[in-house]
Design a protein around this ligand. Structure first.
Ligand SMILES: [Zn+2]
Length: 442
């Protein structure tokens, strides 16, 4: 964990190569703010960590032999100290050591007390790093052992206690609580990493902003409801509407711009789109959104299930799976030998059973029917049914042409000349289809 200059270049190269791995690990590491409210124009760095030979992180000489921390000194020296210059926690942490009551106007660098730190506070941060704030003014230590302190909270005032020659705060970082490390990084004579939230330029002060304690963005979703309910019976080939309501249980906001969508996540898709968009909706944390889409029941009877899930960028699925589980039953077998007109009349309400309306059914049926087009069928069916009441079971041997002609007659009578032409055309088609249907059954 050391960043000393003495480390082999190969080791640093390996560290840099592993930077991507370190970034994720570092996401949980504590970063520091300037340990004082006395910032730009009020304070300056007087000594950095010594990498050996009195060389600092940027290969400068702003350090002295064996210095294990960073010294920040207020402009104005003793008068500034007397006015009071705050020393604050560089990050959230717990007080693990304090010392107070030591002489604080030391100018010889060898005053006793606190093991050389004089009056000081030590904090342990959430990632285990320990920071020391040393040489504080006597009687100003504000926090007690075991106290939980927040980033930026005042710990005491700048002084000159212990091994000190003038008012300053000695800020020292011990990554594992043991040996010290330089919080500055990225210089020609240092390691690559910095412990500062905003390190700033060489000889300038680190930033006073605390590290963000906001939780990392998290995508999460829970299934609120699914329509149709599990086990709903749907006729083979029928259209049905699916309504999946998802609750945003994460801390991100779902928007189209971020490409949040509902995506098919396995098994039956019921001919629905692979992805269902938010269509302009914005779904914040704890809000719900109903995704609607049309689906078509499979042609095979039995239970069918498909899954849908939230997805970000079309690649990162998250949250709970919603399940669409239906039971498909075969379309009713038409009454034996009922003939084409009766067949057409009975199948239609059954297929409308899903509640999607006559138009939808007509659309579905259009592809599978061999008789008239959807638009013309109502007239044709009515006309044919009305005419067929007296003769539902024409002899198979009877010429099919006569069946069609009798059936269609009443409708033709009500229709105008133009409709008459249409019915004639329909009749031709139906005659052809009737003939085809009857042939196998005899
Ligand atoms: Zn120092």
């Amino acid at each position: 964990m050391t960043r000393r200059r003495g480390a082999a270049p190969a080791a640093w190269l390996a560290a840099i190569t592993a930077a991507s791995a370190l970034v994720s690990a570092d996401a949980f590491a504590t970063s520091f703010r300037l340990p004082s409210t006395c910032a730009d124009g009020c304070m300056t760095v007087t000594a950095y960590y010594d990498y050996g030979g009195s060389q600092d992180w940027a290969c400068g000489s702003n350090t002295y032999p064996g210095h294990r921390g960073t010294d920040f000194a207020p402009f104005g020296s003793w008068s500034a100290m007397d006015e009071g210059r705050s020393v604050v926690a560089a990050a959230d942490g717990e007080v693990i050591a304090t010392n107070d009551g030591e002489f604080d106007r030391c100018n010889t660098g060898d005053c006793a007390g606190g093991g050389g730190f004089g009056n000081y506070v030590a904090l342990r941060h959430d990632d285990g790093k320990v920071t020391y704030y040393a040489h504080l003014r006597m009687g100003t230590v504000r926090v007690g052992m075991g106290a939980r302190v927040a980033c930026g909270q005042e710990l005491g005032l700048v002084g000159s206690s212990g091994y000190s020659t003038g008012p300053h705060v000695h800020f020292e970082v011990r990554p594992d609580g043991g040996s010290a490390d330089d919080p500055f990084g990225g210089g020609d004579c240092s390691g690559p990493l910095s412990y500062w939230v905003a390190q700033g330029a060489y000889r300038a002060l680190p930033g006073t902003e605390c590290e963000s304690t906001a939780p990392a963005p998290t995508d999460a979703a829970a299934v609120q409801s699914v329509v149709p309910a599990a086990g709903t019976v749907v006729t083979a080939g029928a259209r049905f509407e699916v309504r999946v309501t998802m609750r945003n249980t994460g801390n991100t906001t779902w928007t189209d711009g971020e490409s949040y969508l509902l995506t098919h996540d396995g098994d039956a898709r019921f001919e629905a789109p692979e992805q269902i968009r938010l269509d302009g909706a914005t779904v914040g944390p704890d809000a719900t959104h109903e995704f609607r889409f049309e689906a078509i029941a499979p042609s095979t009877a039995g239970e069918h299930v498909g899954y849908w899930r939230m997805d970000r960028f079309g690649t990162a699925r998250f949250g709970d799976r919603s399940e669409v589980r239906i039971v498909v039953e075969e379309a009713p077998v038409p009454p034996e030998d009922a003939g084409a007109p009766a067949d057409a009349g009975q199948s239609q309400p059954t297929r409308d059973g899903g509640g999607t309306g006559r138009d939808a059914a007509a659309t579905v049926d259009a592809a599978s029917r061999t008789d008239a087009s959807a638009g013309a069928r109502p007239l044709g069916d009515d006309a044919l049914s009305g005419g067929c009441g007296c003769d539902l079971t024409p002899s198979p041997s009877e010429p099919s042409g006569s069946n069609g002609e009798r059936s269609a007659a009443p409708g033709l009578g009500r229709a105008g000349a133009a409709l008459g032409l249409l019915v004639i055309a329909l009749r031709a088609v139906r005659t052809w289809s009737t003939r085809r249907r009857r042939r196998p059954g005899g």
